[in-house]
Design a protein. Structure first.
Ligand code: FAD
Length: 373
């Protein structure tokens, strides 16, 4: 089978790797550098514990978590998946400031659904993260996910593409897709911005937030509800931070060599799509002030870099994975939480397109739900 994958983010690179491994003749078309899209600007928490709105969505994400562990085990020296654990809490001060207090039955549900989680107290937090000001901690304690962690998206995507090229003959094509080539109601390739065309039996659109532009025609579009995300990175510093922390003030985690990655949902909601991604950005400075409140030991640390991204989110907030109802041989993967899901989407798309086996975890997330009548 000859396939074209549009987009070399975490998802497209996973598909390209697994399909090539399964014997398909795959061309990955990427307009920029592999891993340079949304996958390079992500909190990248690989988890299912934040996906409790439906059992099907939880199971899909849990499959994602497991699949990442599996593929990291398959690669000698895999350096992209970090699993030191993640701590999550809300504190009384933040509650007073109007933050969402969250669901305190969460531990019960996670335990019932088999997800490693435990409640920890102040003393345990102090042992895990000595720099955290315990006055910012919630009196009811926090949830600790001892097996959770995050992924370096571009490193992972690059490793998938390199391995697929070296081991299985994947072709990486630098170019921008501007539309689909169709014949008799089926996709037969892609049209590139430079006028060239590439042909294949299947086209898989994994270009994330740009999926509709790459599809090129209104009838092949997917309804999206994108949101803006802003991430600030501190300068390298002598921090003792080791875990991912999800707190009412800020979400933060180590980002290598002493840098700390910062973001917050409530701040994101006020960031305009054309925000200037520079250290002086108001949102970035707010994040810095909050992380210093969380960890006063960071006094004197500055923001070194800022990035913004648009989340690729289908209209109802859930993943869109599967054949496009308007065109045969055209398959789409657009989803938030794409870092968590990438490795499993790679496996699943291969199971469906190469081996002809439907993936149960995808069943609730088909594109058909957007195209009824
Ligand atoms: C602030 C923020 C925080 C997040 N936190 C998390 C989290 O904690 N956990 C989690 O799992 N997810 C998280 N996400 C979501 C996650 O990052 C995305 O779902 C994921 O990166 C999407 O990957 P992708 O491969 O679909 O898209 P991308 O990484 O955007 O890849 C698409 C690729 O397609 C290429 N491309 C685009 N158009 C074309 C074209 N016309 N022709 C050829 N190539 C093209 C691009 O250059 C790009 O490389 C977060 C996102 C943001 C913004």
């Amino acid at each position: 089978m000859k396939a074209i994958v549009i987009g070399g983010g975490v998802i497209g690179s996973s598909i390209a790797y697994r399909m090539s491994e399964a014997g398909a003749d795959v061309t990955l078309v990427e307009s920029g550098r592999v891993g340079s899209g949304t996958s390079s600007t992500s909190y990248a928490w690989v988890n299912a514990c934040e996906k409790l709105t439906s059992r099907a969505y939880f199971e899909l994400n849990l499959a994602g978590v497991k699949s990442h562990r599996k593929i990291a085990d398959e690669f000698k020296g895999a350096n992209w998946l970090h699993r030191p654990g993640v701590v999550q809490w809300q504190d009384a001060g933040a509650e007073a400031a109007g933050f969402d207090e969250g669901d305190f039955d969460k531990l019960e549900r996670l335990t019932e659904w088999g997800y490693p989680a435990e409640r920890i107290d102040r003393q345990t937090l102090a042992e895990l993260e000595p720099d955290v000001d315990l006055d910012t901690f919630h009196e009811d304690g926090a949830l600790y996910y001892p097996e959770d962690g995050w992924l370096d998206g571009p490193v992972y995507a690059g490793a998938m593409v390199l391995a697929a090229r070296q081991r299985f003959g994947l072709k990486l094509f630098q170019g921008k897709v501007v539309g689909l080539l169709t014949r008799n109601g089926a996709a037969v390739g892609v049209q590139l911005a430079n006028g060239e065309t590439l042909e294949a039996d299947f086209v898989i659109n994994s270009s994330g937030r740009w999926a509709n532009e790459a599809a090129g025609k209104a009838e092949y579009e997917l309804p999206l509800a994108p949101t803006v995300g802003l991430i600030a990175y501190t300068a390298s510093c002598d921090t003792s931070l080791r875990h991912g922390l999800r707190t009412p003030l800020v979400n933060c985690r180590p980002d290598g060599a002493g840098r700390i990655l910062l973001r917050a949902n409530d701040i994101d909601k006020k960031v305009p799509a054309d925000a200037n991604p520079v250290p002086s950005n108001v949102a970035a400075q707010q994040l810095l002030a909050r992380v210093k409140q969380l960890m006063p030991a960071l006094e004197g640390v500055q923001v070194e870099a800022v990035r913004t991204a648009i989340r690729p989110i289908p209209k109802d907030g859930y993943s869109a994975i599967g054949p496009h109802p308007a065109l045969s041989n055209y398959y789409v993967t657009v989803t938030h939480s794409g870092v968590t899901l990438a490795a499993f989407i790679g496996e699943g798309v291969t199971a469906e397109l190469v081996h002809g086996r439907d993936v149960t975890e995808f069943a609730e997330f088909r594109l058909t739900r957007f195209f009824k009548d």
